[in-house]
Design a protein around this ligand. Structure first.
Ligand code: DGT
Length: 223
């Protein structure tokens, strides 16, 4: 009975992506729903990014963004497509971020900041378009954990992941603006799925109550 999804009427399975700024609480949401028997929560492979053949890509990214942003995004894209194509083991597959946030938030930010140039953007976009066409990157729902940049920044400082000790507030503000452009204002990029916006300024007990209240919507009925 590993594949509960296979037993569902017409085999319908849902893929949900959890999006939002660094420090907004994506991990907390995934951990919260991981206990549900219908949910497979797929965490972002930060451990993979901190050890590529003994190299810490995340640390290098923040030490010298000009040098390493292209490399990091290319690798992030690989680990993301691996999350998208991982076969469903349960009816709801919940992803921490997606191929879309790499492209629409991080890559976009790096291009606007000139930490990647036009050629590097072209290469990343070439891969992005190819993967979107060839692989199943469809999403049924996006959960946007929307938090003030200052709240995210404070949480990043508090959790003090060593690679992120030099993250400037400006980066958090820019990433916030790009999430807003994509998920709220629908300015430049297409939405791959409907968006459920949750107020992620709330602290743990309040936000978990919100998850409980929204359980039906978040799990597409598989609560
Ligand atoms: P949470 O649980 O909401 O606090 O989420 P985090 O902060 O654990 O996870 P996330 O994805 O916001 O970021 C983890 C670190 O990796 C953070 O320093 C930003 C970086 N990062 C994540 N995805 C990408 C990406 O696609 N491109 C680039 N350049 N950096 C990324």
């Amino acid at each position: 009975l590993n594949d509960i999804g296979a037993l569902l009427p017409k085999g319908k399975k849902y893929t949900v992506s959890v999006e939002g700024n660094i420090g907004c609480g994506k991990t907390t949401l995934l951990e919260y729903f991981r206990s549900s028997p219908n949910v497979e929560a797929i965490r972002e492979p930060v451990e993979q990014w901190t050890n590529i053949q003994g190299h810490n890509a995340l640390a290098l990214l923040y030490q010298d963004p000009q040098r390493w942003s292209f490399t990091f995004n290319l690798y992030a894209q690989l680990t993301r497509i691996q999350m998208h194509v991982k076969p469903h083991m349960k009816p709801v597959k919940m992803l921490e971020r997606s191929l879309y946030s790499t492209r629409y938030c991080f890559v976009e930010n790096d291009f606007r900041n000139k930490t990647i140039n036009g050629m590097e953007l072209g290469i990343l976009n070439g891969w992005f378009d190819f993967l979107m066409e060839r692989e199943n990157t469809s999403l049924d729902l996006i959960i946007y954990l929307r938090a003030d940049p200052q709240v995210c920044f404070n949480r990043i400082k508090k959790r003090s992941r060593k690679e992120e000790c030099s993250v400037p507030f400006e980066l958090i503000q820019s990433l916030h603006d790009l999430h807003e452009e994509w998920l709220i204002q629908h300015k430049k990029f297409k939405l791959p799925a409907p968006v459920l916006v949750l107020d992620a300024n709330k602290e743990y007990s309040e936000i978990t109550q919100l998850y409980e209240d929204k359980r039906q919507e978040i799990l597409c009925g598989f609560h």
